[in-house]
Design a protein around this ligand. Structure first.
Ligand SMILES: Nc1ncnc2c1ncn2[C@@H]1O[C@H](COP(=O)(O)OP(=O)(O)OP(=O)(O)O)[C@@H](O)[C@H]1O
Ligand SMILES: [Mg+2]
Length: 340
């Protein structure tokens, strides 16, 4: 594992929680942030924060089309005691499973039970977590949950669990911020890569920074990052995706008046894209958070909706803009087809 920068406060909070748990005061830690922001890196660094007799159990939820029921508990089973393993093997006795899990934690004070990526948790896992959250004050344990906060909308099934955590009075939230320009510069220098443009290109996302450094490509986004950004675009509703595709033709930052003109349904269409960390919208402009500075994006980007849209874009790029803003002319990033 490389150096972890700018996470001192979070790691100290983890250490404090583990010590309190050892003394019998359990709590829930919610570690959140977009993909690649460093949630798993906090989990990996947790071991070094634990008091000597604490233990760390880590289970994972996976991005599977068919969720693995109780997958995270099966992950920790090999390190758990026989009664819990037995209860897990007996699929039908949910009551026994909950009891044995509680006993497992009571029997090992100072356990930090991590469940990673709970935005993908199956219903059975969510039930078990709710059970633990409801009793966390009586358990000598830390329940640490990580999740991508930009992938859960208001109706997501994780919301109920987050609500229960909020009501428990024993929950600490640790939302992870992007790395600062100074931290990105430090990582670039350590890797011997020119730091120019790297913070702007990656928006301080540590995964993107690591990828840029691995390819030694300075301010240029490598294809792995482009694929990660495109995966986020694909998760958008069709209308939002279409709006993002339309905006992608403009050189950004796109001034607000221009974005307003382009998006016939209004800027609210792109709220979801902003929430997912793809765009940044201010009073003045709309910007893509991750931009290549060396010309067009590679394969797959922009996903501008074919010729028909490019055709419709033409008036905007020529007459409409000059009449709205005399003397103003857009040079689109991609070829725009003039009407025949
Ligand atoms: N604080 C940090 N300082 C430096 N590098 C970091 C930091 N946090 C994470 N990284 C780097 O970024 C990469 C991605 O981090 P990590 O896997 O922890 O992200 P994540 O939030 O768990 O992403 P995902 O949601 O995809 O699971 C790591 O491999 C690590 O190299
Ligand atoms: Mg992770």
């Amino acid at each position: 594992m490389g150096r972890i920068l700018e996470r001192g406060a979070e790691l100290r909070a983890v250490g404090r929680a583990a010590r309190d748990a050892f003394a019998g005061e359990g709590c829930v830690l919610l570690i959140s942030g977009e993909a690649g922001i460093g949630k798993s890196s906090i989990v990996a660094a947790t071991r070094a924060q634990l008091p000597p007799r604490s233990r760390l159990l880590v289970g994972h939820c996976d991005d599977l089309a068919t969720a693995r029921p109780l997958g995270p508990l099966h992950d920790i089973a090999p390190t758990a005691g026989e009664p819990l393993r037995h209860a897990l093997a007996d699929n039908d006795d949910r009551e026994a499973l909950l009891t044995e899990l509680r006993e497992e934690l009571v029997g090992h004070p100072g356990t930090v039970l991590v469940v990673e990526d709970v935005h993908w948790a199956d219903h059975a896992t969510l039930d078990v977590l709710r059970y633990l959250i409801g009793r966390i004050g009586e358990l000598p344990a830390v329940l640490m949950l990580t999740y991508r906060d930009d992938e859960i909308d208001a109706d997501h099934r994780l919301r109920q669990l987050l609500g229960a955590a909020a009501r428990s009075g024993r929950t600490h939230r640790l939302p992870l911020a992007p790395l600062s320009p100074a931290a990105v510069t430090e990582l670039c220098r350590a890797a011997g890569v020119d730091e120019l443009g790297v913070h702007a290109t990656t928006a301080g996302n540590p995964y993107y920074v690591a990828e840029v450094l691995a390819t030694g490509s300075g301010g240029v986004l490598p294809q792995t990052v482009v694929d990660a950004v495109l995966a986020r675009v694909r998760q958008l509703d069709p209308a939002v995706r279409a709006a993002v595709e339309q905006l992608s033709v403009l050189p950004t930052p796109a001034e607000r008046w221009l974005a307003d003109l382009l998006l016939s349904q209004g800027l609210s269409t792109i709220n979801a894209a902003e929430e997912r960390g793809l765009l940044r919208v201010t009073g003045q402009a709309v910007t893509f958070r991750h931009e290549r500075h060396d010309g067009p994006w590679p394969t797959g980007w922009p996903v501008v909706a074919g010729c028909s849209w490019r055709h419709r874009c033409w008036p905007l790029c020529s007459t409409a803009t000059t009449s709205t803003r005399p003397g103003w002319r857009i040079t689109p990033r991609w070829p725009v087809t003039p009407p025949r």
